[in-house]
Design a protein around this ligand. Structure first.
Ligand SMILES: Nc1ncnc2c1ncn2[C@@H]1O[C@H](COP(=O)(O)OP(=O)(O)OP(=O)(O)O)[C@@H](O)[C@H]1O
Ligand SMILES: [Mg+2]
Length: 261
């Protein structure tokens, strides 16, 4: 078997030390808030043919409720791999992932889909709105999957649109909205289920600077109101507008692994 340069899965990451050192990663801290995310020695190895790539090599991360966190790192460092695991789109090869207290590291596809729908709000670079549906119909979709009744769905979708400042655009289709407005609809859709965590992957990657400002302002507002937000970005000025930036390099997190709420 050939092991790629980044693959040293057998070597313990810095997190492994942390777990046995003087200040364990899960040490009781009286000032700490409830963690939304707890990753303990999370590793991900991709196998393609005879080549194995260790994309994550022992990630320890604890994100408290209400934290607003940016994840930055060079191409190939493991950001998307980490995001896929955080978003319950994929599971770790080893290690533990607890989301809102529940161990989700070993769940099957159906259970992961359920967790995704209930606990995570996603915002993507390419909005991913359905072109044939009005803004509020797009926003109510996660509630349809969650089995919420019709009247309540409409009420909650309109409230979420109001929250992002688009109450007067509820009947507009995506093509009738600006890029920034479409992303605000996507944020409304992400928060309509009141998820434990909002996961935003390059949410401003397709926006001009005015719309970027608009969407970041909205995320700041949601963060101020208590939402836990994780934002993946390549842009330093975007990362600087969050509370904390975590850097990932060669499948390992540099520095601070406890993010306060
Ligand atoms: N499905 C896969 N099969 C095999 N190797 C993979 C797979 N997905 C990712 N990798 C490898 O894992 C490593 C981390 O990839 P990842 O996509 O997480 O990087 P990234 O930080 O998101 O990069 P970028 O900024 O370019 O999107 C890379 O070396 C990549 O080649
Ligand atoms: Mg990526």
């Amino acid at each position: 078997m050939v092991v790629a340069p980044v693959a040293s899965a057998a070597a313990p990451g810095p997190g492994a030390e942390g777990m046995t050192g003087t200040r364990p990663w899960n040490a009781v801290d009286p000032g700490a808030r409830e963690p939304v995310i707890e990753l303990a020695d999370v590793r991900k190895v991709y196998a393609s043919g005879s080549l194995e790539v260790a994309a994550l090599r022992g990630i320890d991360l604890r994100v408290e409720q209400g934290a607003y966190l940016a994840v930055m790192g060079p191409s190939g460092s493991g950001k998307s791999t980490l995001m896929n695991i955080l978003g319950c789109l994929d599971t770790p090869s080893s290690g533990i992932y607890r989301l809102a207290g529940e161990d989700v590291s070993t769940l099957g596809e159906d259970q992961l889909a359920h967790i995704r729908n209930r606990r995570i709000g996603f915002v993507f670079q390419q909005f991913h709105l359905l072109a044939g549906l009005s803004a509020w119909r797009n926003v109510e979709l996660p509630l349809v999957y969650a089995g919420v009744g019709k009247a309540e769905r409409r009420e909650r979708a309109l409230a979420a649109l109001d929250r992002v400042g688009l109450a007067d655009r509820a009947e507009h289709r995506p093509a009738e909205l600006s890029g920034g407005q479409q992303q605000r609809v996507a944020v409304a859709r992400a928060v309509v289920t009141e998820p434990a965590m909002l996961l935003a992957d390059e949410p401003t990657g397709n926006l001009d600077s005015a719309s970027t400002d608009d969407v970041l302002g909205l995320l700041e507002e949601l963060s101020g109101a208590g939402s836990t937000i994780i934002l993946i970005t390549h842009e330093l000025d975007v990362a600087e507008r969050t509370g904390t930036t975590v850097h990932i390099r060669d499948g390992l997190i540099d520095g601070e692994t406890v993010v306060r709420g």
